[in-house]
Write a protein that binds this ligand. Structure first.
Ligand SMILES: Cc1ncc(COP(=O)(O)O)c(C=O)c1O
Length: 359
């Protein structure tokens, strides 16, 4: 065997710098999974039925243009259908955005810590991640992000509200930021948790994008709509960007099951939003209980809370696991805990209380 053959196929060196995506740890049968920001409710009956019916034709390729869902979304948001681009979860759309905008030598700015896929998909595109630390208040440091822009910047992620801290950006701050970003840099406002927002000062990205050709909004059916396992998300963007997304997307990425379940979910929005409201009430209850225990919390506008535990992070996560809840630790930084079933939230609160007493 020649030397070259023994080394195996040559892979792109940039892959060596990519951390593997760490999904939330699965829970055992007798514990609660509060590690992936999923919706704890089972599928709505009508939505499940739509998916089951669609399953009857999975010998066929799905509708490549994702036409019914795109039309439904365009009507729902009052935007031209050409401005809608769908994909395999919003992370799939985010990856298409990168393939459409950035390659070797280009830079992508995002807050850090934020959604952990941002640096990964940036590297996959061959571009350079430029992480900008959050403020002491766990928020995006928009001034520092502006200062990080160079001639090589092609894309900026703004995660609103931010995963994993839950902090959201207000209208005036976001608009001032967008006004200062060069028109040839794409700003992606990732609103994966939009439906859980209750702070009225936070703008709807769809309002913000309308008169800004360099702004793209990302949304998902995975969180509030409870379709995480079906993989469907979408972007709302002006035509050149949306068209580019259709070119860079994985062909036939959105299955018929996903499309039909998403359409059924939009039509069952009232019932789904009752569930979202219950989760928001749970968030309020959990945050108040943590504050009463003495924890200092940033205001989370998403379906999770964030405890900055520093060096105690892994001890805390282990204590939760022993008690029967799986949370999401970021070693040395903190723990993100999804708002889930009431019983799971109660176990988390009891664990947080006894952990705090032992500090
Ligand atoms: C901020 C943010 N964006 C995007 C996603 C991706 O979600 P999906 O690909 O399921 O739509 C997530 C998932 O955790 C997220 O937290």
């Amino acid at each position: 065997m020649s030397g070259t053959a023994a080394q195996g196929p040559r892979l792109r060196p940039t892959l060596d710098s990519i951390p593997t995506y760490k999904p939330g740890k699965p829970a055992s049968a007798d514990s609660y999974k509060l590690s992936s920001n999923e919706n704890p409710y089972e599928p709505l009956p009508g939505v499940l039925e739509a998916a089951i019916t669609a399953a009857g034709s999975f010998n066929r390729y799905p509708d490549m243009a994702v036409s019914e869902l795109s039309a439904e979304l365009a009507a729902r948001f009052g935007v031209p259908v050409e401005h809608i681009a769908t994909g395999t979860g919003s992370v799939g759309v985010a990856q298409s955005l990168l393939l459409a905008t950035a390659g070797p030598g280009d830079e992508v700015i995002f807050a850090w810590r934020s959604f952990e896929a941002y640096p990964i998909i940036t590297r996959i595109a061959g571009a350079t991640p430029v992480p900008v630390p959050l403020t002491a208040g766990e928020a995006h440091d928009l001034d520092a992000m502006l200062a990080a822009i160079t001639e090589r910047t092609r894309l900026i992620f703004v995660c609103n509200p931010n995963n994993p801290t839950g902090v959201a950006i207000h209208r005036a701050e976001l608009e001032r930021f967008l006004d200062a970003v060069p028109a040839d840099v794409l700003v992606v406002v990732d609103e994966a948790y939009r439906e859980f927002l209750r702070d009225e000062q936070v703008p709807d990205g769809v309002d913000v994008y309308r008169d800004r050709p360099n702004v793209c909004v990302l949304r998902t059916f995975s969180k509030a709509y409870g379709l995480a396992g079906l993989r469907v998300g979408f972007a709302i963007a002006h035509e050149p960007v949306a068209t580019a997304l259709r070119k860079t997307a994985v062909p036939f990425g959105v299955s018929r099951l996903a499309q039909d379940a998403a359409v059924a979910s939009l039509r069952a929005e009232d019932a789904l939003m009752v569930r979202v409201e219950a989760l928001v009430e749970e968030r309020t209850r959990v945050a108040a209980a943590l504050a009463a225990q003495g924890w200092e919390l940033a205001d989370s506008q998403a379906n999770f809370v964030w405890l900055r535990l520093g060096e105690l992070t892994m001890d805390f996560a282990a204590a939760c696991e022993r008690a029967g809840v799986v949370v999401r630790p970021f070693p040395g930084e903190g723990v993100r805990v999804t708002i889930g079933e009431v019983a799971g939230n109660d176990i988390f609160l009891a664990t947080a209380e006894s952990f705090r007493k032992e500090l």
